[in-house]
Design a protein around this ligand. Sequence first.
Ligand SMILES: C[S@@+](CC[C@H](N)C(=O)[O-])C[C@H]1O[C@@H](n2cnc3c(N)ncnc32)[C@H](O)[C@@H]1O
Length: 193
Amino acid sequence: MFDDNAAAAPPVWRQIDRRSRALGFDMPSEPDTGAMLRFLAASKPGGRLLELGTGTGLATAWLLAGMGQGASLVSVDSDPAVQTVARDVLGGDPRVTFAIGDGLDYVRAHPPAAFDLIFADAWPGKYEGLDETLALLRPGGFYVIDDMSRQPNWPPGHQPRGGALAARLKSHPHLATVALGWASGLVIAARRP
Ligand SMILES: C[S@@+](CC[C@H](N)C(=O)[O-])C[C@H]1O[C@@H](n2cnc3c(N)ncnc32)[C@H](O)[C@@H]1O
């Protein structure tokens, strides 16, 4: 029961997974993270969703699998070489727009309360520009991050940074936050109405 999320992945995810491996993309999100994103995306019919850090589009595929027809998703990455996989496989879906650029520039270019769900999967929006990113959440909107449990590839000194981020989210006056020992360690925060 608890190990079947990869088996339940959207068919396009398999295609992206194969291409990610061939490319040597070494920062993929896990199927369990994807299943959580799909679940959360399904709760936002007509919602506007944002992914910071497309990578090759693994999480993008899960988000799209949860979204209704009236919802939309923007996914931003600074590296066209990896995002091209996502564009090739998912670009035909009219609900998704891919952008190339710095995630924080993207955040700063948008007014507050513009999004119903933000998956912050790059340095910007997580360890940089956190307050500006959280300001983009509409009331009831979700902010999601992964890789919050200790990872073998963390550089020295990263652990306290992750702890400080989790603590900021947990004590934030406008957020209700839950930390989950799920996949690589998820923290999910909902903006209080
Ligand atoms: C952890 S990976 C994203 C993984 C992806 N979301 C997935 O589900 O597999 C982080 C991504 O952030 C991108 N990135 C790094 N710095 C960035 C920046 N300043 N702005 C936007 N994207 C950035 C990297 O190119 C990389 O693809």
